[in-house]
Design a protein around this ligand. Structure first.
Ligand code: LRH
Ligand code: MN
Ligand code: MN
Length: 418
């Protein structure tokens, strides 16, 4: 039986570049024919965006459990996001949600972010909370409500300009609860009209991302329910409209890696909202429930990276209800680094040969070999190379940041909706 001390030492070695773990792994990988320098270079260039709303108090419709030290305003959310970037090295942008992050002076918010080494990323309008949107926003039958919704989208185009962002990321709660409530097709036409106006108002440098979701808050039908609905609207709008895949927005049996491959092949995969789920849109820590699915998604992304220049914005969209929020964000980032690292280790030549030979399980085992590799020492080394922390969670705990902000901020404010 191994003593607890020994196990702890082994754990520490795995997360650090000191000791034998990294040397052993890079030697093994080199012997397997992996170009370790190239893999490390790709890992250093990985970029992940964290969401402002993931730092605030959120909850379920049953309860919100306030935590001490959560941000009281968008400036403090940006400060927390900057700290996550400092510890992980790969999160230089933070997404904002308007009006949750509405401020008087967006130039000031931008300046604050930049002073902390951060930029504002995707601007997310919010068309799902106002009482006027009971029957929808851009799909609503009343032209006055559609006007109000479109004006909010246009406001967000302006906000994006002011914070220095080139991404407008859209999700619509629009849908119906009962059969017969409204016409599917008329609603779709109303949406296309409104989005066409917004698309024309965007500067050439700006992209529009369209996020789909099968249900919730609407329970009979949703106006952008799946990737096909989102893709066809994007095709009507123009080249700078692309689909955003949120991992929590699929029916349970959907093969998400296949959807990803398909959108990549169409050149219309614009962004991700990473999270994980067991049942519905659970917004749990990415990679916590189904890490193999996450790896398979990255296998498709890495495959496409080899022969395409497509820009994909990788964002986290999670709400942390019972877990410490910054630790949850850091762990999410680490899980994404590990999934990407494993996908980079897939022996593409062996995979190709096995496929061509009709070797079903040979191909499958090639993926399993990469997935089974413990890449933690490699990721720790990359983080150190980036000037971040080999073990970001330990570094965060040792830094005393959580205690400091708890004392300064006391009980914070909700992410926006609580
Ligand atoms: C909807 C969603 C969308 C929203 C966010 C808060 O479920 O995924 O991206 O903007 O949650
Ligand atoms: Mn989302
Ligand atoms: Mn969601």
């Amino acid at each position: 039986m191994r003593g607890a001390g020994t196990r702890l030492e082994e754990e520490k070695a795995l997360k650090s570049t000191e000791g034998p773990a990294y040397e052993g792994l890079s030697g093994t990988l080199a012997a397997r024919g992996v170009d370790v320098d190239r893999v490390e270079g790709r890992l250093r260039s990985q970029r992940l965006e964290t969401p402002s709303w993931g730092y605030g108090d959120t909850g379920t419709r049953f309860a919100v459990f306030p935590q001490r030290g959560v941000p009281r305003d968008p400036f403090e959310k940006v400060a927390d996001a900057a700290r996550v970037h400092g510890l992980t090295g790969v999160c230089p942008t933070v997404a904002v949600h308007i009006p949750w992050d509405r401020v008087d002076d967006y130039g000031e918010l931008r300046g604050h972010a930049e002073s902390l080494g951060l930029r504002i990323g995707a601007v997310n309008p919010n068309l799902f909370q106002e009482p006027g949107y009971r029957l929808g926003s851009v799909c609503h039958l009343d032209p006055d409500v559609r006007r109000e919704a479109t004006d909010h989208l246009l406001e967000c185009v302006r906000v994006a300009g002011e914070v220095g962002s080139d991404v407008l990321s859209l999700w619509f709660a629009d849908g119906t609860n009962y059969a017969g409530q409204d016409s599917f097709i008329e609603r779709r036409h109303r949406m296309v009209d409104c989005l066409g106006e917004v698309y024309s108002a965007m500067p050439e440098s700006m992209r529009m991302l369209l996020e789909y979701k099968p249900y919730e808050p609407a329970f009979y039908h949703t106006d952008l329910a799946d990737w096909g609905a989102a893709l066809t609207v994007c095709q009507k709008l123009g080249d700078r409209a692309e689909v955003l895949v949120d991992l929590g927005h699929h029916a349970k049996e959907v093969n998400i890696e296949y959807v990803v491959a398909l959108l990549l092949d169409e050149g219309r995969l614009g962004g991700f909202h990473f999270n994980n789920r067991k049942y519905g849109d659970d917004d749990l820590i990415v990679g916590s429930v189904n890490p193999f699915e996450l790896f398979l998604i990255y296998v498709e992304l890495v495959g496409a990276e080899e022969h395409s220049e497509t820009r994909i914005d990788y964002m986290i969209d999670q709400t942390h209800n019972i877990e410490p929020k910054m630790e949850a964000m850091i762990l999410s980032v680490m899980n994404l680094q590990e999934a990407y690292a494993k996908a980079l280790l897939v022996d593409r030549r062996a995979l190709d040969e096995a496929r061509r030979a009709g070797d079903v399980l040979g191909a499958h085992r090639t993926l399993l070999d990469a997935y089974a590799t413990d890449v933690r020492p490699l990721c720790a080394k990359v983080r150190e190379d980036l000037g971040a922390a080999a073990d970001p969670i330990a570094a965060f705990k040792e830094s005393g940041y959580a205690e400091k902000v708890a004392a300064e901020r006391g009980e914070g404010a909700g992410a926006g909706w609580s």
